[in-house]
Design a protein around this ligand. Structure first.
Ligand SMILES: [Zn+2]
Ligand SMILES: [Zn+2]
Length: 300
Protein backbone atom coordinates (compact mmCIF):
# COMPACT_ATOMS: atom_id res chain seq x y z
CA UNK A 1 0.00 0.00 0.00
CA UNK A 2 1.28 3.47 -0.79
CA UNK A 3 2.81 5.40 2.10
CA UNK A 4 0.69 8.53 2.34
CA UNK A 5 2.62 10.31 5.10
CA UNK A 6 4.22 13.68 4.26
CA UNK A 7 7.46 13.32 2.34
CA UNK A 8 9.47 14.96 5.12
CA UNK A 9 8.28 12.34 7.63
CA UNK A 10 9.18 9.43 5.40
CA UNK A 11 12.56 10.94 4.55
CA UNK A 12 13.32 11.48 8.23
CA UNK A 13 12.89 7.74 8.71
CA UNK A 14 15.02 6.98 5.67
CA UNK A 15 17.77 9.16 7.16
CA UNK A 16 17.56 7.48 10.57
CA UNK A 17 17.61 4.01 9.05
CA UNK A 18 20.71 5.07 7.13
CA UNK A 19 22.36 6.25 10.33
CA UNK A 20 21.66 2.87 11.89
CA UNK A 21 23.24 1.26 8.83
CA UNK A 22 26.42 3.33 9.20
CA UNK A 23 25.84 6.03 6.56
CA UNK A 24 26.77 8.66 9.13
CA UNK A 25 30.27 7.31 9.60
CA UNK A 26 32.17 9.03 6.79
CA UNK A 27 35.79 9.74 7.79
CA UNK A 28 39.03 10.87 6.14
CA UNK A 29 37.82 11.93 2.72
CA UNK A 30 39.32 14.64 0.51
CA UNK A 31 36.24 16.60 -0.58
CA UNK A 32 32.57 17.37 -0.14
CA UNK A 33 31.70 19.60 -3.11
CA UNK A 34 28.06 20.46 -2.34
CA UNK A 35 26.87 22.08 0.90
CA UNK A 36 24.16 24.56 1.90
CA UNK A 37 24.14 27.00 4.83
CA UNK A 38 21.66 29.55 6.20
CA UNK A 39 22.38 31.55 3.03
CA UNK A 40 20.03 29.08 1.30
CA UNK A 41 16.31 29.47 2.03
CA UNK A 42 15.79 25.74 2.56
CA UNK A 43 18.81 25.17 4.84
CA UNK A 44 19.46 25.91 8.51
CA UNK A 45 23.09 24.88 8.93
CA UNK A 46 25.78 27.22 10.21
CA UNK A 47 28.96 27.18 8.17
CA UNK A 48 31.00 27.06 11.39
CA UNK A 49 29.27 23.83 12.41
CA UNK A 50 30.18 22.17 9.11
CA UNK A 51 33.78 23.31 9.53
CA UNK A 52 34.04 21.88 13.03
CA UNK A 53 32.59 18.55 11.89
CA UNK A 54 34.87 18.48 8.84
CA UNK A 55 37.96 18.84 11.02
CA UNK A 56 36.66 16.25 13.49
CA UNK A 57 35.93 13.73 10.72
CA UNK A 58 38.89 14.45 8.47
CA UNK A 59 36.98 15.84 5.49
CA UNK A 60 39.77 17.95 4.02
CA UNK A 61 37.98 20.34 1.65
CA UNK A 62 34.47 21.78 1.36
CA UNK A 63 32.66 23.70 -1.35
CA UNK A 64 29.90 25.93 0.03
CA UNK A 65 27.30 26.00 -2.71
CA UNK A 66 24.28 27.98 -1.59
CA UNK A 67 21.36 28.37 -3.98
CA UNK A 68 20.98 31.16 -6.52
CA UNK A 69 17.73 31.23 -8.50
CA UNK A 70 16.74 33.32 -11.51
CA UNK A 71 13.00 32.62 -11.47
CA UNK A 72 11.26 35.15 -9.18
CA UNK A 73 8.86 32.43 -8.00
CA UNK A 74 11.73 30.27 -6.70
CA UNK A 75 12.69 30.52 -3.02
CA UNK A 76 16.35 31.47 -3.50
CA UNK A 77 15.54 34.36 -5.85
CA UNK A 78 17.10 37.42 -4.21
CA UNK A 79 17.55 35.49 -0.95
CA UNK A 80 21.25 36.13 -0.27
CA UNK A 81 23.57 38.61 -1.90
CA UNK A 82 26.75 37.58 -3.64
CA UNK A 83 28.71 39.82 -1.26
CA UNK A 84 27.24 38.22 1.86
CA UNK A 85 27.78 34.70 0.57
CA UNK A 86 31.34 35.40 -0.49
CA UNK A 87 32.26 37.15 2.77
CA UNK A 88 30.90 34.26 4.87
CA UNK A 89 32.94 31.73 2.96
CA UNK A 90 36.19 33.70 2.59
CA UNK A 91 36.21 34.61 6.28
CA UNK A 92 35.56 31.01 7.30
CA UNK A 93 38.31 29.87 4.94
CA UNK A 94 40.74 32.23 6.63
CA UNK A 95 39.69 31.12 10.12
CA UNK A 96 39.98 27.41 9.41
CA UNK A 97 43.01 27.27 7.10
CA UNK A 98 45.49 26.60 9.89
CA UNK A 99 43.43 23.63 11.07
CA UNK A 100 43.96 21.89 7.75
CA UNK A 101 40.55 22.60 6.28
CA UNK A 102 40.14 24.20 2.84
CA UNK A 103 36.85 25.98 2.13
CA UNK A 104 35.89 27.09 -1.39
CA UNK A 105 33.33 29.63 -2.52
CA UNK A 106 30.85 27.82 -4.72
CA UNK A 107 27.27 28.23 -5.86
CA UNK A 108 24.41 26.02 -6.96
CA UNK A 109 22.58 27.83 -9.74
CA UNK A 110 19.13 26.66 -10.74
CA UNK A 111 19.40 26.21 -14.49
CA UNK A 112 16.50 27.13 -16.72
CA UNK A 113 16.93 27.17 -20.46
CA UNK A 114 14.84 30.34 -20.76
CA UNK A 115 17.13 32.12 -18.29
CA UNK A 116 20.39 30.89 -19.79
CA UNK A 117 21.56 34.27 -21.10
CA UNK A 118 20.83 35.91 -17.77
CA UNK A 119 22.70 33.15 -15.91
CA UNK A 120 25.66 33.45 -18.27
CA UNK A 121 25.89 37.21 -17.76
CA UNK A 122 25.54 36.88 -13.98
CA UNK A 123 28.22 34.19 -13.68
CA UNK A 124 30.59 36.32 -15.77
CA UNK A 125 30.17 39.21 -13.32
CA UNK A 126 30.24 37.04 -10.18
CA UNK A 127 33.24 34.71 -10.16
CA UNK A 128 33.10 31.66 -7.93
CA UNK A 129 35.66 28.98 -7.18
CA UNK A 130 33.24 26.29 -8.31
CA UNK A 131 29.81 26.29 -9.99
CA UNK A 132 27.11 23.64 -9.89
CA UNK A 133 24.19 23.87 -12.32
CA UNK A 134 21.05 22.04 -11.22
CA UNK A 135 17.50 21.59 -12.40
CA UNK A 136 15.02 22.14 -9.57
CA UNK A 137 11.27 21.80 -9.25
CA UNK A 138 9.39 25.11 -9.46
CA UNK A 139 5.80 25.74 -8.41
CA UNK A 140 4.70 25.41 -12.02
CA UNK A 141 6.59 22.16 -12.59
CA UNK A 142 4.67 19.05 -13.62
CA UNK A 143 6.58 17.23 -10.86
CA UNK A 144 5.21 19.38 -8.04
CA UNK A 145 3.23 17.22 -5.60
CA UNK A 146 -0.06 18.80 -6.64
CA UNK A 147 0.62 18.18 -10.35
CA UNK A 148 2.56 14.96 -10.60
CA UNK A 149 -0.24 12.35 -10.41
CA UNK A 150 -2.18 13.88 -13.28
CA UNK A 151 1.02 14.50 -15.24
CA UNK A 152 2.22 10.89 -15.15
CA UNK A 153 -1.23 9.41 -15.90
CA UNK A 154 -1.26 7.87 -19.39
CA UNK A 155 2.26 9.03 -20.24
CA UNK A 156 5.20 6.84 -21.20
CA UNK A 157 8.25 6.83 -18.96
CA UNK A 158 10.19 8.68 -21.68
CA UNK A 159 7.56 11.42 -21.79
CA UNK A 160 7.45 11.61 -17.99
CA UNK A 161 11.16 12.32 -17.56
CA UNK A 162 11.56 14.41 -20.71
CA UNK A 163 10.84 17.85 -19.18
CA UNK A 164 13.48 17.24 -16.50
CA UNK A 165 16.13 15.59 -18.66
CA UNK A 166 15.72 18.15 -21.46
CA UNK A 167 16.63 20.89 -19.01
CA UNK A 168 19.58 18.87 -17.70
CA UNK A 169 20.82 18.49 -21.26
CA UNK A 170 20.48 22.25 -21.72
CA UNK A 171 22.45 22.84 -18.53
CA UNK A 172 25.29 20.55 -19.65
CA UNK A 173 25.43 21.94 -23.18
CA UNK A 174 25.40 25.53 -21.92
CA UNK A 175 29.01 24.99 -20.83
CA UNK A 176 28.36 27.25 -17.84
CA UNK A 177 28.87 24.71 -15.09
CA UNK A 178 31.69 22.68 -13.60
CA UNK A 179 29.21 19.95 -12.83
CA UNK A 180 25.53 19.13 -13.01
CA UNK A 181 24.00 18.67 -9.57
CA UNK A 182 21.83 15.64 -8.76
CA UNK A 183 21.45 14.50 -12.37
CA UNK A 184 18.17 12.63 -11.88
CA UNK A 185 16.67 14.47 -8.91
CA UNK A 186 13.32 13.97 -10.63
CA UNK A 187 13.34 10.46 -9.11
CA UNK A 188 12.43 12.00 -5.76
CA UNK A 189 9.32 13.69 -7.09
CA UNK A 190 8.06 10.72 -9.09
CA UNK A 191 7.80 8.36 -6.09
CA UNK A 192 5.41 6.53 -5.74
CA UNK A 193 4.05 6.92 -9.29
CA UNK A 194 7.34 5.97 -10.91
CA UNK A 195 9.95 4.18 -8.82
CA UNK A 196 13.74 4.34 -9.06
CA UNK A 197 13.58 0.72 -10.24
CA UNK A 198 11.43 1.79 -13.19
CA UNK A 199 14.09 4.28 -14.25
CA UNK A 200 16.86 1.75 -13.64
CA UNK A 201 15.06 -0.56 -16.07
CA UNK A 202 15.19 2.12 -18.78
CA UNK A 203 18.84 3.22 -18.86
CA UNK A 204 18.44 4.33 -22.47
CA UNK A 205 16.58 7.37 -21.18
CA UNK A 206 19.85 8.59 -19.66
CA UNK A 207 21.92 8.23 -22.84
CA UNK A 208 21.31 11.73 -24.27
CA UNK A 209 21.93 13.23 -20.84
CA UNK A 210 25.22 11.41 -20.40
CA UNK A 211 26.27 12.23 -23.97
CA UNK A 212 25.65 15.92 -23.25
CA UNK A 213 27.91 15.67 -20.20
CA UNK A 214 30.67 13.87 -22.07
CA UNK A 215 30.57 16.11 -25.14
CA UNK A 216 30.53 19.32 -23.11
CA UNK A 217 33.17 18.13 -20.65
CA UNK A 218 30.81 18.79 -17.74
CA UNK A 219 31.45 16.68 -14.66
CA UNK A 220 28.94 14.20 -13.30
CA UNK A 221 28.12 14.77 -9.65
CA UNK A 222 27.30 11.77 -7.49
CA UNK A 223 24.88 13.45 -5.10
CA UNK A 224 24.39 11.68 -1.81
CA UNK A 225 21.11 13.32 -0.78
CA UNK A 226 19.11 10.59 -2.52
CA UNK A 227 20.31 8.19 0.18
CA UNK A 228 18.30 10.13 2.77
CA UNK A 229 15.36 10.84 0.45
CA UNK A 230 12.60 8.74 -1.08
CA UNK A 231 14.73 7.12 -3.83
CA UNK A 232 17.14 5.65 -1.21
CA UNK A 233 19.92 5.76 -3.80
CA UNK A 234 22.34 8.38 -5.07
CA UNK A 235 21.55 10.84 -7.86
CA UNK A 236 22.41 9.12 -10.14
CA UNK A 237 22.71 5.46 -9.12
CA UNK A 238 25.83 3.35 -9.67
CA UNK A 239 24.91 1.88 -13.10
CA UNK A 240 24.53 5.39 -14.55
CA UNK A 241 27.96 6.39 -13.25
CA UNK A 242 29.41 3.25 -14.84
CA UNK A 243 27.66 4.03 -18.13
CA UNK A 244 29.00 7.61 -18.08
CA UNK A 245 32.50 6.19 -17.78
CA UNK A 246 31.89 3.70 -20.59
CA UNK A 247 30.82 6.60 -22.81
CA UNK A 248 34.13 8.31 -22.13
CA UNK A 249 33.09 10.46 -19.19
CA UNK A 250 36.27 11.51 -17.44
CA UNK A 251 35.05 13.82 -14.68
CA UNK A 252 33.09 12.91 -11.59
CA UNK A 253 32.61 14.72 -8.33
CA UNK A 254 30.84 14.03 -5.03
CA UNK A 255 28.52 16.15 -2.92
CA UNK A 256 26.55 15.48 0.23
CA UNK A 257 24.10 18.33 -0.53
CA UNK A 258 23.64 18.75 3.22
CA UNK A 259 21.11 21.39 4.26
CA UNK A 260 21.27 20.64 8.00
CA UNK A 261 24.25 20.20 10.30
CA UNK A 262 23.27 16.64 11.15
CA UNK A 263 23.33 15.69 7.48
CA UNK A 264 26.98 16.68 7.13
CA UNK A 265 29.02 13.91 5.46
CA UNK A 266 26.07 11.51 5.60
CA UNK A 267 26.48 8.89 2.89
CA UNK A 268 29.73 10.37 1.61
CA UNK A 269 31.72 7.14 2.02
CA UNK A 270 29.09 5.32 0.01
CA UNK A 271 29.55 7.77 -2.87
CA UNK A 272 33.33 7.39 -2.72
CA UNK A 273 32.97 3.61 -2.88
CA UNK A 274 30.62 3.93 -5.84
CA UNK A 275 32.94 6.25 -7.77
CA UNK A 276 35.96 4.09 -7.01
CA UNK A 277 34.09 0.97 -8.13
CA UNK A 278 33.29 2.75 -11.40
CA UNK A 279 37.02 3.09 -11.99
CA UNK A 280 37.80 6.67 -10.96
CA UNK A 281 40.80 7.52 -8.78
CA UNK A 282 40.21 11.27 -8.58
CA UNK A 283 37.38 13.78 -8.38
CA UNK A 284 36.97 16.76 -10.70
CA UNK A 285 36.91 20.08 -8.88
CA UNK A 286 37.79 23.74 -9.39
CA UNK A 287 39.36 26.25 -7.04
CA UNK A 288 38.76 29.36 -9.09
CA UNK A 289 41.15 28.70 -11.94
CA UNK A 290 41.26 25.59 -14.03
CA UNK A 291 39.70 22.25 -13.25
CA UNK A 292 41.80 20.22 -10.84
CA UNK A 293 41.88 16.52 -10.00
CA UNK A 294 41.45 15.67 -6.33
CA UNK A 295 42.96 12.24 -5.72
CA UNK A 296 40.79 9.77 -3.85
CA UNK A 297 42.84 8.55 -0.92
CA UNK A 298 42.16 5.35 0.93
CA UNK A 299 38.53 4.79 0.00
CA UNK A 300 37.00 2.79 2.81
ZN1 LIG B 1 19.86 21.15 -5.86
ZN1 LIG C 1 22.04 21.56 -3.31
Amino acid sequence: MADTRPRADIEHEVWKAGLAAGLGDARDLPLDAHLHTIRSPDADAMLEAYCALAVERGIAELAITDHVDFDPTMPAYGFASFADRERDVREAAARWADRGLAIRFGVEVTYERRAENEIRAWLARHPHDYVIGSVHISAASPYKASNVASFVAGRSLADIVAPYFDEVIGAARSGLFDTIGHLDFVKRYLVPHVLPADLAAAPELYEPVLEALVESGTALEVNVSGLRQLPRETYPAAPIVARYRALGGGHVTIGSDAHRTEWFSYGLSEAYRLVTAAGYDALAFRRGERRVAVPIRNPT
